[in-house]
Design a protein around this ligand. Structure first.
Ligand code: SF4
Ligand code: SF4
Length: 170
């Protein structure tokens, strides 16, 4: 059980996706039990993007990803989850196929393409009309197993169409 916490800061040095060296100050609450640090809870960190994201996802937009990283509503595990522990789920009724999820995911989980015909036909008429207005484009997750639960897609989606779901062990 946590017995206390105090404000603390540290400087993180990193290599950006473009290969540039940089550093950012992390500020947060250091939780302790007696004198043993238990965790370092970070406030939103604009530089909290894994190096190499541009190589993993050629569509990666570092400016948009950093903006999403600074969003206080960001859920997930800040990229610390093992792959496939979490998975993003797209609400087909909300998605408008504008690809913000594609450009902020450091692991290239998403693609936006024409909705599968069977899935399209199963939707209510008003939703079908809305999807047609958007060229029948919608987001799929062909590389969902690569998700590290950074939560960037959830806050970047302007339609609030993405939920990060934890896989339950069988
Ligand atoms: S899930 Fe959200 S961000 Fe991704 S294409 Fe659909 S509306 Fe756009
Ligand atoms: S939470 Fe979203 S943006 Fe982050 S790795 Fe998973 S699918 Fe990609």
């Amino acid at each position: 059980m946590r017995s206390g916490g105090k404000m603390a800061s540290a400087v993180l040095r990193y290599v950006s996706p473009e290969g540039a060296l940089g550093e950012s100050k992390m500020v947060g609450v250091l939780h302790t039990e007696g004198s043993t640090p238990l965790s370092y809870r970070r406030k939103a960190n604009m530089d909290d993007i894994p190096p190499g994201a541009s190589r993993t996802n050629p569509a990666f937009d570092v400016a948009k990803a950093r903006r999403a990283a600074g969003d206080s509503r960001r859920p997930g595990e800040q990229c610390r989850a093992e792959p496939a522990q979490f998975q993003p789920e797209v609400n087909r009724k909300r998605c408008e196929g504008k690809s913000e999820c594609v450009v902020v995911c450091p692991y290239g989980v998403f693609e936006v393409r024409t909705i599968d015909e069977g899935e399209y036909r199963a939707l209510p008429l008003m939703i079908r009309l809305k999807i047609r207005v958007h060229g029948k484009q919608t987001a799929y997750t062909p590389r969902a197993d690569a998700c590290h639960a950074c939560g960037l897609c959830v806050v970047a989606c302007p339609e609030r169409a993405i939920t990060l779901v934890r896989h339950e062990s069988p």
